[in-house]
Design a protein around this ligand. Structure first.
Ligand code: VAH
Length: 300
């Protein structure tokens, strides 16, 4: 994310922050500071001393990892978003908070899932994202906050997975290219909306730069495709012909079964011209190249 925005806005104008130390390469790419989203005073100090004007808030425990530590997910995903929304209001910042297909639940239409419908998610991750959507919209209508939110599908990149249910798709590439074998924790026919990280970053930047008066909504679905583990494996066998995938569904199957199968992002395409560029073929070709280079690097 920071790398993408630094190309657009200059290295010194994009500040990365976290509570963990940066890797050598991350630290080398530009300014990086400590920021705890649970420390409101510390956040105020950063906004003032670094003259921040946009906040892109990605701190959250994802679906699967959130179910392992609900109290922490409540603090980070809910209390943390309270802080950044109040901060954005106080200093009149543009605020982006990502939401997810995980903000829908078993009562939502699954194929397709429209922009506005029933949202009764069954994970603390999903509950916290519905809360963020509603709180951000409230602050927009009540205080004029420039709050923006995209509901992302599973985002596939060659970065290490972060405890999400859709991360099986990332693991499959690493295991296929390392060992030629992969045990999938979802059923072969589990269809989920997905997009490549390049499309994800571009959608975020295009959405953030839409003039405020052109936005009909503050929260939009965006996606690129939907696929199942067996469809992904089939496409991957074009590069790893002997790939063997076994299926051993675990608790994450229950999460996936409550999520959209096909995401309707027609409102984003109509209102601000969203269109994806990576289909399954492009995604797999790119991931094989990037993950293959990492796996090769680890062998050398
Ligand atoms: C997860 N990758 O699986 C995240 C995402 C679409 C879900 O938010 O939890």
């Amino acid at each position: 994310m920071a790398r993408f925005l630094r190309v657009k806005y200059g290295q010194e104008n994009v500040l990365m922050s976290d509570i963990i130390k940066p890797t050598k390469s991350t630290a080398a790419e530009g300014p990086y500071i400590f920021a705890d989203i649970l420390d409101f005073k510390g956040l105020q100090e950063i906004v003032v001393s670094h003259r921040i004007d946009w906040i892109i808030h990605f701190s959250a425990l994802l679906s699967a990892v959130g179910e392992q530590n609900v109290p922490l997910a409540v603090r980070v995903n809910i209390e943390g978003v309270h802080n950044v929304i109040e901060l954005a209001k106080q200093y009149r910042l543009r605020l982006f908070v990502p939401s997810t297909i995980g903000s829908f639940g078993p009562d939502s239409p699954r194929n397709p899932t429209p922009n506005v419908t029933v949202q009764r998610p069954r994970t603390i991750y999903g509950v916290s994202k519905v809360h963020a959507e509603l709180l951000g919209e409230y602050y927009h209508h009540r205080f004029g906050l420039d709050f923006r939110c995209l509901r992302f599908p599973g985002v596939i990149s060659s970065d290490p997975p972060g405890g999400g249910t859709t991360d099986y798709a990332v693991f499959m590439f690493f295991e296929a290219l390392r060992t030629g074998k992969f045990e999938c924790y979802l059923r072969p026919d589990t269809r989920l909306p997905m997009m490549h990280i390049t499309d994800c970053l571009r959608s975020l930047w295009e959405f953030l730069t839409v003039p405020p008066d052109q936005l009909r909504r503050r929260v939009y679905n965006v996606t690129a495709m939907s696929f199942t583990p067996e469809e992904l494996a089939e496409e991957l066998r074009k590069y790893v012909p002997h790939l063997q995938v076994s299926y051993k569904p675990d608790s994450r199957q229950l999460i996936a079964d409550s999520w959209p199968q096909v995401f309707d992002d027609s409102e984003a395409r109509k209102d601000w011209g969203w269109e994806h560029k990576y289909n399954l073929e492009e995604l797999v070709k790119t991931m094989v190249r990037e993950v293959g280079a990492q796996v090769q690097g680890q062998k050398n």
